[in-house]
Design a protein around this ligand. Structure first.
Ligand SMILES: NC(=O)c1ccc[n+]([C@@H]2O[C@H](COP(=O)([O-])OP(=O)(O)OC[C@H]3O[C@@H](n4cnc5c(N)ncnc54)[C@H](OP(=O)(O)O)[C@@H]3O)[C@@H](O)[C@H]2O)c1
Length: 249
């Protein structure tokens, strides 16, 4: 039984989708959760209310993870709210897809600023607060494992985060802080609806064919892997990639 009582977590991009479910599950396991959002304050507040209604503790904190000052404020507010910090989930991400010919510099910067710099900034700011037993979980993508057209910025940013995860595990290991990555596959979220994936029959069919368990995933399929990696049940696991993807390849 996973027990996170007394622990404090920050979940970036917790206002919806996979991040919201991660926040619920961490709170269910007993952690107090700082639910970060960028633009969707109401979404984050709904998550906080649901956690509170179930007897948990949570606070909604706005911050753009690609902004240094916002991330400093996020960590300071989370620590002020709950007195410590044990678990960091770098879940916030930007994704859009298109051919190489259509890539703009802004597109590049947005992917790498949110998906890579954001995780680095939060890790840097959180690190001084983390103590023995601390856990950082980065959210990658199983899609990165199998090259596909039109995804190079997203895949490149998540591949960078994968390397960062492995290197950080070595760097923070001597302090008994673990760093791991969870890789979702095709998952039914608002983000995927925003970019039109779920309205595109051919795309849905192809993604399901790439998935061993032959369906789209849901945030509920992914979040338990994060809770496991955050817990002492995973005390000997660091620097690993855990696919929660229904066997996406
Ligand atoms: N859905 C999939 O099929 C899939 C597959 C593989 C991996 N993933 C990964 O799973 C994670 C969650 O994906 P999702 O589909 O749940 O995403 P989503 O529904 O699009 O939600 C994205 C979340 O990230 C937040 N966010 C975006 N930019 C941000 C920024 N600059 N600062 C802080 N927060 C920011 C959003 O906040 P606001 O709404 O408040 O603006 C929102 O809470 C991502 O890392 C994604 O790459 C998803």
């Amino acid at each position: 039984m996973v027990d996170l009582a007394g622990k404090v977590a920050i979940v970036t991009g917790g206002s919806k989708g996979i991040g919201a479910e991660i926040a619920f599950r961490l709170a269910d396991a007993g952690a107090a959760v700082a639910v970060n959002y960028a633009s969707d304050r109401e979404g984050a507040e709904r998550v906080v209310e649901r956690i509170g209604a179930a007897g948990g503790r949570a606070v909604a904190l706005g911050a753009d993870v690609s902004s240094e000052s916002d991330v400093q404020g996020l960590v300071a507010q989370a620590v002020a709210a709950f007195g410590r910090l044990d678990i960091v989930v770098n879940n916030a991400a930007y994704f859009s897809f298109g051919p190489v010919e259509a890539i703009s510099v802004d597109d590049y910067r947005r992917h790498f600023d949110v998906n890579v710099l954001g995780a680095i900034l939060l890790t840097r700011e959180a690190s001084p607060h983390l103590t023995e037993g601390g856990s950082i979980i980065n959210i990658g993508s199983a899609g990165v494992l199998n090259p596909m057209p039109n995804a190079l910025l997203y895949a490149g940013s998540k591949a960078a985060l994968e390397r960062i995860t492995r290197f950080l595990a070595k760097e923070l290991g001597p302090r008994q802080i673990r760093v791991n990555m969870v890789l979702p596959g095709a998952t039914d979220t608002e983000g995927n609806r925003r970019i039109g994936t779920l309205d595109n029959e051919a795309a849905v069919k192809a993604l399901i064919e790439h998935t061993a368990l032959r369906r789209f995933g849901h945030p509920e399929d992914v979040a338990p892997a994060v809770v496991f990696l955050a817990s002492d049940e995973a005390a000997w696991i660091t620097g690993t990639m855990l696919e929660a993807s229904g066997g996406f390849s």
